[in-house]
Design a protein around this ligand. Structure first.
Ligand code: ADP
Length: 355
């Protein structure tokens, strides 16, 4: 059989040479999820033979701490025919584990029938180590900053109590403002500390049964006390008990409320709604603020992502709040999303499964 003037066999040979010389590691699997091809780059890296890697043989080289997650992503994506990117450690021929970024996509035969997957991997160990160092640094700095701030906070609280009946209104309001500023700083530092803990897998989820409506109402009260000149309108739902980490869900709520305040300087009304559906309980926070453009919506929950515009330039923040919210919701098997129109306002939603 011929394609134009080049024989198929020659084309195949060219592709094989390309696959073997490209500076990536390539694997191919069939419809049964089993791998049947590894390029020379892969085999050079692992120091194993094609036969040893066949089927699920490759999994023997994956770091035991990464294997379960790896298989979950592979099988889950495979069943959904979805593209995936995953990071895991694979044993190199010298026994050292190296971090790989593996990018898998589904393959189709010329007649359109699903044929399996093809994946390409690159070694990202240096990048990963840089990231780990940066993360440890953020953790260390946040931790060190917390200690003096805690003492400062305690001293200010005592001073505030002592000055409660003092006639000097300047002093009284000065201390109140200082307490609020220290609180703000504490929230920022805690945000960084949480990102660092999250990245190094040190955050634990402590689930308990609690009333979601009560938590939402508590957080609204706290926000009104510390932040707001806004008017927060709460539409409560029927009593619903959820099984989740109360503090963490509270921090999601607090974050959405403080964003609604921060990003709607002119629209003063914020509406919080709680809804119970068959299998989920959801909460929404609606503001009439600046809104978000569709291309920003897609990236809003990414780490360190902030919308860049004339309006947001002067609003302080680090783009970690929504990232943490999204991670917290994922640990709970819940969801978080936003509906927004630029210039009109945004509604953020989160939902928790009811067990
Ligand atoms: P931060 O507010 O500290 O920058 P977040 O992760 O909480 O970080 O938010 C990320 C970005 O999303 C913000 O920088 C802002 O541009 C946008 N954003 C969040 N909430 C709203 C909102 N209610 N209205 C408009 N933009 C918002």
């Amino acid at each position: 059989m011929e394609n134009g003037s080049i024989p198929i066999i020659q084309i195949e040979e060219q592709f094989r040479i390309m696959a073997d010389t490209a500076p990536v590691m390539i694997w191919i699997s069939g419809v049964d999820k089993l791998c049947y091809f590894f390029n020379a780059g892969w085999l050079r890296f692992t120091g194993r033979t094609q036969e040893e890697e066949y089927g699920n043989g490759w999994a023997e080289g994956v770091h035991p701490d990464d294997l379960e997650r790896c298989l979950e992503i592979y099988v889950g994506s495979f069943d959904a025919r979805a593209e995936f990117k995953m990071e895991y450690r694979l044993k190199r021929h010298d026994g050292q584990y190296r971090w790989l970024l593996d990018h898998g996509v589904s393959r189709y035969a010329p007649d359109g029938a699903f044929a399996g997957y093809i994946g390409s991997c690159i070694d990202i160990t240096e990048l990963k180590e840089d990231e780990i160092r940066k993360n440890d640094f953020i953790g260390m700095v946040s931790h060190e900053l917390k200690t003096p701030l805690t003492s400062l906070n305690a001293l200010l609280q005592v001073a505030q109590a002592k000055l409660k009946t003092n006639e000097d209104t300047f002093l009284r309001s000065g201390i109140e403002k200082a307490v609020n500023q220290v609180k703000k700083m504490g929230t920022m530092i805690n945000g960084f500390l949480n990102v660092s803990r999250l990245e190094s897998g040190k955050i634990t989820i402590d689930k308990q049964h609690f009333n979601l409506g009560e938590l939402v109402s508590d957080i609204i009260e706290e926000t009104e006390l510390s932040l707001s000149v806004h008017e927060i309108h709460f539409i409560p739902c029927e009593a619903v008990t959820v099984y989740a980490d109360r503090d963490k869900i509270g921090s999601v709520m607090a974050n959405l409320l403080s964003n609604a305040v921060k990003y709607s300087p002119k629209g003063k009304r914020i509406t919080v709604n709680c809804k119970v559906e068959e299998n989920t309980a959801s909460v929404s926070v609606k503001d009439d603020g600046m809104g978000i453009a569709p291309h920003d919506v897609k990236k809003l929950f990414d780490r360190y992502y902030r919308v860049e515009s004339k309006q947001t330039r002067h609003i302080s923040g680090f783009g970690i709040g929504l990232y943490l919210c999204a991670e917290i919701m994922e640990w709970h098997g819940g969801k978080i999303w936003v509906e927004s129109e630029l210039g009109k306002g945004s509604t953020f939603f989160f939902s928790l499964p009811l067990t």
